[in-house]
Write a protein that binds this ligand. Structure first.
Ligand code: SF4
Ligand code: SF4
Length: 356
């Protein structure tokens, strides 16, 4: 069913409880089946022929945010998302994936994005950098995209945005693993980026930045330009004095390190520099940086909203244990999840909008 490499990881995880306390899904549902160990055990049983991979098991494989909290904590280097993604490939191939997942896949096929609607365009001409907006910001958090573009304009950066911006493959890869369709999306986007001839791509959504930087080359979809996260780019503009800091707001805020900045890029300082420049007095949540608890992702919010609402509440409970009035983010997916259930008296702040 899954590859020998993925099976090797599953076989090791099935014996182990060491990261169960870190899984944001297990923490909220309290179900043993939601631990990384249980997912490894299911695939091990299936491989040994003692259980048949069925619809319920497939459902379990989708009750994971692919947040990498387990991977980050694993002293022995095992990676549950490796076998979870491959199990999703099998689930889709064998028509066992949950209906809500299949609906999103149909949406991608029909419109190129998980929302099944025409992706709003932010197209513009520019000569310094290409900005990649991504489908979550474009469809669900357009203010964040507009604010980033406005901020670049104020800093004197001439930014281009593609007409009909292709998908990055990040959503499809979470829904059905690293299959050929994802590689094809990667090639289409890489070709579109390369055709601009621009030397820098500023990527608003760290989930898109991850797949571009970590996966594209292996699929022959090299991006010739330098790919940088928008947070790093804006932080560099702040350091260069191209963006003026705001006056103090006399307000405490805590930065949320999104899953990809926290555990793919280990990028922590840029959002804190942005938060300070926006006038916030910084406090920290207990689970921060590489240990930051996930608040959910856009794709999981789309196919299992009830669980993701609980996960976002779990992140809010971290904030409620601090003196902060606001949770601060520069990621459209985190913004989308956190704004689903804001506790009374608290707010979610989009750091690009706060810097304008
Ligand atoms: S990822 Fe590591 S810590 Fe977590 S279950 Fe697997 S082997 Fe254990
Ligand atoms: S990737 Fe995140 S959600 Fe999935 S099993 Fe690991 S800790 Fe849990």
């Amino acid at each position: 069913m899954i590859s020998q490499n993925a099976l090797h990881h599953a076989e090791k995880c099935r014996f182990c409880f060491m990261c169960r306390h870190l899984c944001p899904i297990q923490l909220q549902t309290g179900k043993e089946i939601n631990t990384p160990r249980a997912k490894g055990l299911i695939l091990s049983m299936e491989n040994k022929g003692t259980a048949k991979f069925d619809r319920d098991m497939a459902q379990t494989m989708y009750e994971c945010l692919i947040c990498d909290a387990c991977v980050n904590d694993c002293a022995t280097g095992y990676q549950p998302p490796l076998f979870i993604r491959e199990a999703r490939t099998e689930a889709v191939a064998n028509d066992l994936a949950p209906e809500s997942v299949m609906k999103l896949l149909e949406n991608v096929e029909a419109t190129g994005n998980i929302y099944g609607a025409e992706k709003p365009s932010f197209a513009r001409e520019g000569k310094d950098v290409l900005v990649y907006v991504g489908e979550v910001a474009a469809c669900k958090v357009p203010k964040m995209a507009e604010s980033l573009l406005k901020l670049l304009e104020q800093a004197g950066v001439s930014a281009k945005v593609l007409e009909n911006e292709p998908g990055s493959g990040a959503m499809l890869a979470d829904l059905m693993g690293y299959v050929d369709e994802v590689a094809q999306e990667a090639k289409t986007l890489a070709n579109a980026i390369n055709a601009t001839g621009l030397k820098t791509v500023v990527v608003l959504d760290s989930y898109d930045a991850e797949i571009m930087k970590q996966r594209y080359a292996a699929w022959g979809a090299e991006i010739h330009a330098q790919v940088v996260t928008a947070t790093q780019y804006v932080s560099d503009l702040l350091k260069a004095g191209k963006i003026a800091p705001k006056a103090s707001l006399a307000k405490k805020g805590a930065c949320h390190d999104d899953d990809r900045l926290a555990r793919t890029f280990y990028e922590f300082e840029p959002i804190r520099e942005m938060a300070k420049a926006a006038g916030f007095e910084l406090v920290e949540m207990f689970n921060k940086e590489r240990l930051a608890k996930s608040c959910g992702s856009a794709v999981t919010l789309a196919y299992m909203p009830n669980i993701v609402l609980k996960v976002a509440s779990g992140r809010w409970s971290d904030l409620l244990r601090t003196e902060a009035q606001a949770i601060l983010t520069a990621n459209p997916q985190s913004y989308l999840c956190l704004t689903q259930n804001v506790p009374e008296g608290k707010e979610v702040v989009d750091l690009y909008s706060a810097l304008i």
